[in-house]
Ligand binder design. Sequence first.
Ligand code: CMP
Length: 140
Amino acid sequence: MATERTLSIIKPDATRRNLTGNINAVFEEAGLKIVAQKRVQLTPAQAGAFYAVHKERPFYKDLVDFMISGPVVLQVLEGENAVAKNRDVMGATDPKKAEAHTIRARFAESIEANSVHGSDSAENAANEIRFFFAETEILP
Ligand code: CMP
């Protein structure tokens, strides 16, 4: 299996509750290496553009408002099969449907305040990483 990279975002509900270290421990125990990380306040324009694929969905405005409601931690995770592995450790989008050991089952508050984002394909991962990081900021 190939070494891959994926974009992870620790969302405002989790940074607000001081859960960055707990969530990072899950990634590291799963064999995902945090090769880039920065804590930032997203602008409305950044959050809106990042989630542009959901522009027509009824939850879009609330999602953008939530993502700018506090700091987020942007990360690049690297490892074998990193995109799928990260989706496994995150669990289902809706924490009520997520398996018990997953980040969202353990920490998420709701389908919107669901603690983490992870890229859903290798192609989207490359685009999402490029959206937030320069290659010089990624240090394997
Ligand atoms: P994320 O993986 O960041 O991608 C899109 C986000 O939209 C998703 O996680 C959820 O936090 C958010 N969202 C809010 N409401 C819904 C919904 N009804 N269905 C799917 N995603 C939703």
